[in-house]
Design a protein around this ligand. Sequence first.
Ligand code: CA
Length: 222
Amino acid sequence: MRLLLVEDNVALADELVPLLQHHGYAVDWLVDGRDAAVQASDNCYDIIVLDLGLPGRDGIEILQEWRALKLTIAVLVLTARDTWADRIDGLKAGADDYLTKPFHPEELVLRIQALVRRTHSMTNQPMLEVGGLQLDEDRHCVISGTSRIQLTGSEFQLLRYFMLHAGKLLSRSHLAEHLYDNERERDSNVIEVHINRLRGKLGRSVIETRRGQGYLFRGVSA
Ligand code: CA
């Protein structure tokens, strides 16, 4: 999942970026509000974490603009402003969730996970559960029937994305854009390798290949 972090506090961003990467997010970090306003409109993000007090442009104003442009990406707002009026402003502007500074970084991760499930209509699930599989996002393992299967970071990222988009045909270029940071990983052969490793662990039919079009998550049969 590609995540845009907009935060001008460098020390905080230095703490959050590796943590979010560890939890399987491809993270782009921006400091300036003007850059964020433009970059998010490219629409390749799955979630945005937005600080409100930013150089360049105010976070609330940017959020209002995104919503006016019908950008539906889930936005979690970070703010030091702990007053009701500011919270209400943020929610009215279209924030999906709120976290007041200071916060524990792990709380941000849990809120992002919950917000992503909510965005994909999996509201009350404590774990991501699709197609006969349960994904443990903290331990990077998948539960299939009675077995618990450990995944590598890349396999985890890929399987989570497939589970969130079950039944949708995903092209290689789409997967590359949403999952990976660098060119080497974006190589389509690398995606093929990770998909084959997932098939090795979960069964060949878990992900179907549609030649020339992409991949489809099928899950495991009971
Ligand atoms: Ca700030």
